[in-house]
Design a protein around this ligand. Structure first.
Ligand code: GLC
Length: 721
């Protein structure tokens, strides 16, 4: 292949080379004829947001049969959590902790997208996100590097399959490189301040996993990092990504992120932006036209090199060859009808939605409900086939959705299900629908309130300063709880939010994220016990936005808080003297713990953790430490527990996190059944990256936990010599 690439590059004119480095949205670029003309002249290497097998084949034909060298186009699209069959939002998929199922979902998305001519998706989004105010946390794998790495691996392998030249696979794109999730204040596109020791240990691991999984492309981010925009960051792109990680695919900018270096005040003009983008190692420009307009001039002025251009073009051609586009550039136009929204796809979507939902609370085993229970089904997310799909569903179709309402009617019967939405949509402030709610509750034994966020309230440029439920939802929940009947709260949302002022009103809380096309059947199966919740939080749940950012892998600080050091604001005596007691790392009002910790999630059964033991309490470099524990199902139904392994390096040449997730295992147990879970910990998993990017494993004392979440579990310790 490299020989073919070299031969092709040697035939290309400078204009044709620059053409390959340009991607446009045809709708923005110009008329259909202008797009065809540009393709015919070899001035475009890729299009985005063009869909439909027929349309794609038509423009591909111009590229392959009418341009001088016949180089096929890459056709890109945001297929973020499904194409037509919509899976839970990525934050929900992460909550399943089920790598195989996420991979299966990505493979289905690839098949559906490919059937409509798409051969490149701008996913997985693997930006570690620790701020629930940031709207794009919905698209991420949450706060943990290892879970984001799991999502990266699963989706790259799912989208690209074993053989990227298979027409039913598409090129993946690890984004947004890098640090986009660290936006100050949770405001999208905002400045990020990321010391290298965090860059290497928190934000880079998921991209390392994507590169190791063979990701075809990487997208640079909008944000500036310590004063250098990500799309102009030569050390991060040419240095770390291409040289150190050995990434051999190509790097695409985000939408106009090269041109936006002018807004950043980093590029003086478009020509300077083009120079900065290419010198940084961004191979293809998305949407803006600085490369098309200025690269030739910059080359003549010696401000960029032909070597950089040739390298960019080779990388782009390498992906096109790997995609098999030179052998089969056209898509089979008969495929779509038999592929889109196939019943098997819906089955996977329902299963993944079930495994993504997290049971946060279940007092007195309120759930599962018995079939035929008289249920008041209330709230603005009950009958919302569109909203349940969540953010980034360009090609999802609400007509494919199974809403909560129809699933309840189907399963529980219309005669047992009394529906009253109460609010027309989540931001609705009018309480005139509450009378209907009261009537519905009067006829029922249990209230199921489905609340949360409309899809548009999370995703790109959808950050929120206040995270409690919008509209009059709190009032609706207070009304529901005032009738003396148990309340089940179901939350559909793109972030760990809401709940703050109402979670005490509910006997049970099921956090559903935005579950996608099969939200209804998934929810009904869980609520009525046809399936048992297994999801675990991939992100810490704050007590309120005032705690953000809050995450489990935090540092000790010199004054770590504990329950003895925190006096609640209301318990401080009037005129309390200024003293130095309890001067620790907490806030007077919320203390120092979150509402729900990372890794937390209940089941309909209970699991007991016992007998943690180690293969040794002293190990040397290169050894493998085995960590055992017994997990017992002490409840009445079969369930799956996601058992987590955490470690802590007590002393380091840099302060280390109080805990780091190192592995996890899904364990399914029948009532009364016990299993010994064994984790193998290699010493090279106990290290960290120094600011210069070198990885070190430092001897000393370590703690280790086998745990149900980041806040509890069985602890042991060992010494690394
Ligand atoms: C958007 C997003 C990026 C997406 C691209 C194309 O602005 O930041 O994630 O893939 O543009 O839609």
């Amino acid at each position: 292949m490299e020989k073919k690439i070299q031969e092709l590059v040697s035939k290309m004119t400078l204009e044709e080379k620059i053409g390959q480095m340009c991607q446009v949205d045809p709708g923005v670029f110009g008329s259909e004829e202008e797009v065809k003309e540009a393709v015919r002249n070899g001035q475009l290497g890729s299009l985005l947001n063009l869909i439909g097998a027929e349309k794609v084949n038509a423009i591909q034909k111009v590229a392959v049969e009418e341009s001088r060298l016949g180089i096929p186009l890459m056709i890109g699209r945001d297929v973020i959590h499904g194409y037509r069959t919509i899976f839970p939002i990525p934050l929900g998929m992460a909550a399943s902790w089920n790598e195989e199922l996420v991979k299966e979902a990505a493979a289905i998305a690839a098949k559906e997208a490919a059937s409509e001519g798409i051969n490149w998706t701008f996913a997985p989004m693997i930006d570690v996100s620790r701020d629930p105010r940031w709207g794009r946390i919905a698209e991420s794998g949450g706060e943990d590097p290892l879970i984001n790495a799991m999502v990266a691996r699963a989706m790259v392998q799912g989208f690209q399959g074993e053989d990227l030249s298979d027409p039913m696979t598409i090129a993946a794109c690890a984004k947004h490189y890098i640090g986009y999730g660290a936006a100050e204040g949770g405001r999208d596109y905002n400045t990020t301040i990321i010391p290298d020791i965090y860059l290497y240990n928190v934000y880079l691991p998921s991209f390392r996993a994507a590169v190791d999984a063979g990701v075809a492309t990487v997208m640079t981010a909008f944000n500036d990092i310590n004063g250098i925009p990500a799309s102009g960051h030569q050390r991060n792109v040419r240095g770390i990504l291409k040289q150190d990680l050995g990434f051999d695919g190509f790097v695409v900018s985000d939408w106009a992120s090269i041109q936006e270096m002018m807004a950043h005040g980093y590029a003086a003009d478009e020509k300077h932006a083009a120079q900065l983008g290419l010198s940084a190692g961004v191979d293809m420009e998305m949407a803006s036209r600085t490369y098309a307009n200025h690269l030739q001039e910059l080359l003549e002025e010696g401000k960029i090199t032909m070597e950089w251009i040739d390298d960019a073009v080779k990388r782009i051609l390498r992906v096109k060859f790997r995609l098999g586009l030179f052998d089969h550039p056209y898509v089979d136009e008969s495929l779509a009808d038999s592929v889109l929204v196939h019943p098997q796809h819906l089955t996977v979507a329902r299963k993944l939605a079930e495994e993504s939902m997290v049971l946060l609370k279940n007092n007195n085993d309120l759930l599962p409900l018995k079939k035929g229970t008289k249920v008041a089904l209330i709230g603005p997310m009950v009958d919302q086939p569109y909203e349940q799909l969540g953010t980034w569903i360009f090609d999802g179709n609400e007509n494919d959705s199974k809403s909560v309402l129809e699933a309840f009617y189907e399963y529980n019967g219309e005669s047992n299900t009394f529906f009253a939405e109460g609010l027309k949509y989540t931001r609705d402030k009018s309480t005139k629908g509450f009378a209907e709610v009261e009537k519905a509750i009067a006829k029922s034994d249990v209230v199921v309130a489905v609340v949360g966020e409309e899809a548009i309230l999370s995703g790109e440029a959808k950050s929120l300063a206040e995270l409690d439920f919008v509209g009059a939802q709190n009032q609706l929940l207070q009304l529901a709880a005032s009738k003396g009947k148990p309340v089940v709260m179901v939350v559909m949302s793109g972030r760990p939010g809401g709940l703050y002022k109402t979670q005490h009103l509910a006997g049970a809380i099921l956090y559903a994220w935005h579950p996608g096309t099969m939200a209804g059947p998934a929810l009904v199966n869980l609520i009525f016990g046809e399936s048992v919740p297994s999801g675990k939080l991939p992100v810490t749940f704050p007590k309120g936005e005032g705690q953000a950012p809050i995450y489990y892998a935090h540092k000790m600080s010199g004054r770590p808080a504990d329950s003895s050091s925190w006096t609640h604001i209301d318990d401080i005596p009037v005129k309390a003297v200024q003293h130095s007691l309890g001067n620790t790392n907490h806030t007077l009002d919320y203390g120092f713990t979150p509402l729900y910790p990372f890794g937390y999630g209940l089941s309909y059964t209970t699991f007991e953790y016992s007998d943690i033991s180690l293969s040794s309490d002293k190990i040397k470099m290169g050894d493998v430490l085995k960590v055992f524990a017994t997990i017992t199902n002490t409840g009445k139904v079969q369930g799956t527990e996601i058992v987590q392994l955490y470690t802590r390096d007590l002393v380091g040449s840099y302060t280390r996190p109080v805990k780091e997730l190192k592995d996890f295992r899904r364990v399914t147990l029948k009532p009364g059944e016990s299993k010994t879970v064994t984790f193998e910990l290699k010493t090279d998993e106990l290290g960290f990256y120094l600011p210069d990017g070198n990885y070190v494993v430092e001897p000393g004392e370590f703690h280790v936990w086998i745990a149900p979440n980041a806040a509890e579990g069985l602890q042991s310790e060992f010494w690394l010599e």
